[in-house]
Design a protein around this ligand. Structure first.
Ligand code: ARG
Length: 479
């Protein structure tokens, strides 16, 4: 079937008029995009239906023709969704596959559909519609993950672990505080998709190949029918631009890089060395050789797939760099990276939410690690500051105390007031009275810090933010 249609199309390709030779088979394979751009079918049909109706309203084609075209297109969409559409690489892309199929179904009237339209404004329209949905879907995925993080944070306000810098134990923090950090950054990721989506407000359809059309199309009509605010403002920009795809790819790359950091922590934390968490069996895998192994493959893969997302962004940036206005066939290379980032991000968000939701936290191990008295050295210096000692001097004195403890292998908390006074006369009490993990946390009651009150405050406003985002997203419709 496919090859017969292809043969029949030699010389009668939709653009075949000025050609006298059939396309070389290798060129056909090389230039075809149907094996990936079929993912745009739904949007392509929607765009075509809006275009056909507009052609009817502007009396460029008859109402009877509009009905024939629309019905044919709807049937084709069903055929595609049922997996019964005979995609044909000889017809290059999704646009021409659908148009050729329409001709098979409704006859010569199909030839009226492309009135005043080019594949350049058509593909830009398909992409804009696709991207609007992709941004929305990414926001939904992010919301679900943020909700899990905040739920888990709620459970662990009183779980204390070391916070790290340079992967060295630094100061004790609440696990809720730690996970809320990720809720923050993932919230900004969601904002990036919302921003990208808000910029997809202008409809490309009617820009034609690059300079509009001599025909009296109604661009406001198609823009409105497709849920855009208005037609785009410059036909050349419209067919030349791919910055909205780049924006999605950039937001996805940043988000995947953020996920890779969360993933990395799960990998480290589930090692025997840390033992802070255990991934549920459903989110781990075993070794084909070592029976004792339980591997964190899920977060490892998320970490690994961030490489793809970065690559996809760089790929399209590189494709677009230096292209002259307006459309260039290079731009067909936008789709594979884009589709890949959309599905990679969707799946990564999904498995990360599942892994976090089912993760077992070992509070005792975390607490044990946080009980390292050295984590309170800064607190000791700040005790001196409160006694009027300049911070640099206090830092120096405590540095010496730490060196002494390490050399003599004594617990910082065991030093008496007299011993402490050897390094600074300003110490008001014995170290044991000055240094306590809970107190240390409670003293950090600044906005955004790790005291119980600060964390409760942050949790409350984060929960509110998620509720608002949820309501907001529920009101946004898919294309
Ligand atoms: N498949 C093409 C793409 O994705 C559609 C636009 C083709 N336009 C053209 N003038 N050849 O870029």
């Amino acid at each position: 079937m496919t090859s017969e249609r292809a043969k029949a199309d030699q010389g009668t390709k939709l653009w075949g008029g000025r050609f006298s030779q059939a396309t070389d088979a290798a060129v056909e394979r090389f230039s075809a995009s149907i094996h990936f751009d079929s993912a745009l079918a739904r949007y392509d049909v929607r765009g075509s239906i809006a275009h056909a109706r507009m052609l009817g309203r502007t009396e460029l084609i008859s109402q009877a023709d509009v009905e024939t075209l629309v019905q044919g297109l709807e049937k084709i969409l069903h055929e595609i969704e049922a997996g019964e559409f005979p995609f044909d690489p000889a017809l290059e892309d999704i646009h021409m596959n659908i148009e050729a199929r329409l001709r098979e179904r409704v006859g010569a009237v199909a030839g009226r559909l492309h009135t005043g339209r080019s594949r350049n404004d058509q593909v830009a329209t398909d992409l804009a519609l696709f991207l609007r949905d992709a941004c929305l879907a990414s926001q939904h995925g992010l919301l679900a993950l943020r909700q899990v993080l905040v739920r888990r944070a709620r459970e662990h306000v009183d779980t204390i672990l070391p916070g790290y810098t340079h992967l060295q134990r630094a100061q004790p923090v609440r696990l809720a505080h730690h996970w809320l950090a990720f809720a923050e950054v993932l919230g900004r990721d969601s904002g990036r998709f919302a921003d990208a989506r808000a910029r997809l407000a202008r409809c490309p359809l009617g820009a034609g190949a690059l300079a509009g059309s001599t025909l009296p199309l109604d661009r406001h009509d198609t823009a409105q029918a497709l849920g855009f605010e208005a037609p785009s403002r410059n036909s050349m920009d419209t067919v030349a631009a791919r910055d909205s795809a780049l924006e999605y790819l950039a937001a996805a790359a940043i988000c995947m890089v953020n996920l890779s950091r969360l993933a990395e922590e799960l990998v480290i934390w589930s090692s025997s060395e840390f033992g802070f968490v255990e991934l549920a069996d459903a989110y781990s895998t075993g070794s084909s050789l070592m029976p004792q192994k339980k591997n964190p493959d899920v977060p490892e893969l998320v970490r690994g797939k961030s490489g793809r997302a970065v690559g996809n962004l760089v790929s399209l940036l590189t494709t677009m760099k230096g292209l002259p206005l307006t459309y260039n066939r290079d731009m067909q290379e936008d789709k594979e990276p884009l589709f890949d980032s959309v599905s990679t991000l969707r799946d990564s968000l999904d498995v990360m939410a599942g892994a976090l939701a089912t993760l077992r936290v070992n509070r005792a191990r975390m607490r044990e690690a946080a009980d390292d008295p050295m984590l309170l050295a800064t607190d000791l210096a700040e005790v001196l500051v409160r006694e009027g000692v300049p911070f640099r001097e206090a830092h120096e004195a405590v540095g010496r105390i730490v060196a002494h403890c390490l050399a003599k292998q004594v617990d910082l908390r065991s030093l008496s007031r007299d011993e402490l006074r050897h390094w600074s006369p300003a110490f008001p009490a014995a170290a044991g009275e000055l240094l306590d993990v809970e107190q240390s946390l409670e003293r950090r009651a600044l906005v955004g810090a790790t005291a119980r009150s600060s964390v409760e405050e942050a949790l409350g406003s984060m929960e509110e933010e998620l509720g608002e985002d949820e309501r907001h997203l529920a009101a946004e419709n898919e294309t």
